[in-house]
Structure formats: structure tokens, C-alpha cells
Design a protein. Sequence first.
Length: 240
Amino acid sequence: MIIGKNIHKSFGSLEVLKGIDLHVQPQEVVVMVGASGSGKSTLLRCFNFLEMINDGEIIIDGKQIDPKRDNLPKVRAEVGMVFQHFHLFPHKTVIENIIEAPMIVKKVKKEQAINEGLQLLEKVGLRDKAEVYPEKLSGGQKQRVAIARSLAMKPKVILFDEPTSALDPELVGEVLQVMKQLAQEGMTMVVVTHEMNFAREVADRIVMLHDGNIIEEGQPEDFFENPSHERTKQFLKLVN
């Protein structure tokens, strides 16, 4: 589904990604963990072409993407992204936030976009908030709207960049529950998170980044119970 080969990314003289290789299979949930500054969010943004790599290849659904030739809005329509801070339009209602991209990017007719948007709000438990403005929502509700907005584009994969880190603790569960449901339905997902219980329960594979490199990856049981890298062991002691 997504293949990253030898991905390098620098910001000026700072090399953030140092030759990452990562292969995400269809319907797989890959959780990326690691300390702040390890390169996790940068890698996600490269997969969505919000950041452009300096070297390497990104292959999506069998096609190598060339940012200079390919239609990046079309690519992003297939690779959805949910951000830490929601990024909802404050001057638009919930349903208007959801229908905006399908209508503009995919030329979906408004009536169809609204009908599908309402179904997605039902899915995330917010059908009754369709005509509400974001300022009237809790953080957890905003993030669930952001997930519905991403789903409205019918992506092949969704990237989640620390989707619960900006939420009050009591609101985290409602967002994770929606993500668990998507995983059960077979959505391909790459998730950057510090929620280790979620990683244990939902991930097919956990990837540990440190200093711009993948230093360990494996199934949750192996990752948590028998980590091989000393840095992974230190990390798990801090977060468990």
C-alpha cells in the first residue's frame, strides 16, 4: 500500500530521516513510536507529501510518486491525514467541514456529499452535531469530525499524527474507539502515538524510530515483551 525506500529528509543542516525503509501492507495497522524528535511525524508528512523528501522513493498503491509530475492533491485524496490539532475551518459548520474536500477535489455533488457526510458523522457518533460550529465542540468531538472529514475522501490509507496528544485524558478514549473501529473494518492505517495500550491492542506491527532511523519493528507481543534494542527497552520503561 505504502512503500518508503531509503527516505532521507533534512531541514537545513539537520538530517531528520536517515534512510528509512518501511512497507505498509493493505489493511495493516502500523503504529510508529519513539521519543520526540525521532522523525515519526516527519515521516508521516513525507508519506502525504506535506514534506518533500531529499532522497529515496515513495510508492503508493504500486505507483512511485514524483512530486514534480504527479497531481499531489489527487495523491493526498488517497492518503488521508488526521492531525494533532484538528485543523477544522472555524467559520464552517461540522457538515460543511466534511463536504468541502469531496466537492472541490472529487467534484462530488453537494447533495451526495451531504448524505455521505451525515453517514460518516453517524459512524463517529456525531450525527446530531452536523450544523454546529467547531467552537461548540470538545476536543474529542473535533478530532472525531476530523476523522470523518478524512474518511469523506474515501482514502486508501489514513495517517494519524498523534491524534490524541492534544486532548484532555477523559476525551482520549472516544477518539481511540473510532480508530479501533476503523482498524476492525480493514482500514489501512499508520499511526504515530504515545498510547501504548492502543498500540498493544490494535497494531499489527509496531515500529520504533530513534534519531531518524528505524531501530526495531515487530508484532506487539514481541515488541513489548522481548525488545532487542537497548534504546527500545529504555523507551518502554519510560512509557509503561
